[in-house]
Design a protein around this ligand. Structure first.
Ligand code: PEP
Ligand code: MN
Length: 361
């Protein structure tokens, strides 16, 4: 009995996660590109990096201010003063801001400064349900965007479980980041991509935006282009890429960071928006063709009506019927984003054409 209710609860949660459209991503251009340094190091470094990013691609600036480091005694982040620098980045460039949070305290301080638009949950936090729950509790009811990185070990359940913990606290603007999975082999990738697991995720939760993090998958600069290309081939919704004004001098993840210019070069070469534009155009062409087909069906019916009117000697123009059609269809305006004026214009054209056809009898 107890078992059944647990299964039922998790099925309900799965359905809920799938039912939410995740419309937050529509407020951004696609693909959604996040970029900036691994860590915020100084005001000058974040500002210079942000200013050099190509804003025709990049919409969100990332910079870690609390850094989860594998070994102690390495740079663990600049902490709270980073918010003042990130505020300057936001004011000067208009970019939105993303940081990692790993505890309730991080969330509390971040919300107090009110600069951050997007929180990401690091791979080392996603593996720990206690940490995730603590962060979810601290964000309860928030409309901030939360992007959950895959856990360092390849467990789809842990990844989904983290999303469910946010959802059950009313944090509904969600997405995931694919940053690869730890393994003993560090070549050619620091973290193995395991693309299949992400495709499984996309099949289970088609509405949840998936971003790729080539920097942490690669651990080096050389392979970033290949991973970006693969992510777009697999129709990811975007990228999060580490860029630094002086990558060789970076205080963390120096080997995988690239300059903002190098990143623009990669994006220009792949030109993801061109691919997306082409796909959208194909969809438009298909809809236009269906539209013409339906117009033809509609005019064929007008012709039949013309035949009947002629047979029973009724006038072609029947003003009340026309008014009724206009009224009925203009009412639809409130259900769609189409104005009443536009509906009326289209119907007038259609009416004129119908009358021409009917007058031929
Ligand atoms: C990061 O984005 O800088 C980071 C620490 O990432 P991850 O959690 O994927 O290791
Ligand atoms: Mn990093």
């Amino acid at each position: 009995m107890k078992m059944n209710s647990t299964v039922l609860k998790s099925l309900k949660m799965m359905k809920k996660l799938n039912d939410i459209e995740q419309s937050w991503i529509k407020k951004f251009n696609t693909p959604l590109i996040i970029s900036g340094p691994c860590s915020a190091e100084s005001e000058e470094q974040v500002l210079e990096t942000a200013q050099r990013l190509d804003k025709s691609y990049v919409q969100i600036f990332r910079a870690g201010i609390w850094k989860p480091r594998t070994r102690p005694n390495s740079f663990e982040g600049i902490g709270e003063k980073g918010f003042y620098w990130l505020k300057k980045v936001k004011d000067k460039t208009g970019l939105k801001i993303a940081i990692e949070v790993a505890s309730a305290e991080h969330v509390k301080i971040s919300l107090k400064h009110n600069v951050v638009d997007v929180f990401w949950i690091g791979a080392r936090s996603t593996v720990n349900p206690f940490s995730v729950q603590e962060i979810a509790n601290a964000l309860e009811g928030s409309d901030k965007i939360v992007l959950v990185k895959n856990p360092i070990n390849p467990s789809l359940d842990l990844w989904i479980g983290a999303l469910e913990r946010f959802l059950s606290k009313g944090v509904e603007n969600l997405g995931v980041i694919h940053r690869g999975f730890s393994s003993e082999n560090l070549i050619p990738f620091r973290n193995q991509p395991n693309w299949k697991m992400v495709l499984d995720f996309k099949n289970l939760y088609p509405h949840i935006p998936v971003l790729c993090d080539p920097s942490h998958i690669c651990g080096n600069r050389e392979k970033i282009y290949d991973i970006v290309k693969q992510a777009f081939n697999l129709e990811y919704n975007g990228l999060i890429v580490e860029t630094h004004c002086s990558p060789n001098k970076a205080w963390s993840d120096s080997q995988q960071q690239i300059t903002p210019e190098k990143f623009s070069e990669i994006l220009k070469k792949i030109n993801p928006s061109k691919d997306i534009l082409e796909k959208l155009r194909i969809q438009i062409d298909e809809i236009d063709q269906k539209f013409i087909f339906l117009l033809n069906e509609r005019l064929k019916l007008s012709k039949e009506i013309g035949y009947v009117k002629n047979k029973y000697d009724k006038s072609v123009i029947q003003i009340n019927r026309w008014k009724e059609i206009l009224l009925k269809n203009k009412k639809l305006s409130k259900y769609f984003g189409i104005s009443e004026e536009f509906i009326e214009k289209i119907l007038n054209l259609l009416h004129k054409e119908s009358i021409n056809i009917q007058e031929q009898f």
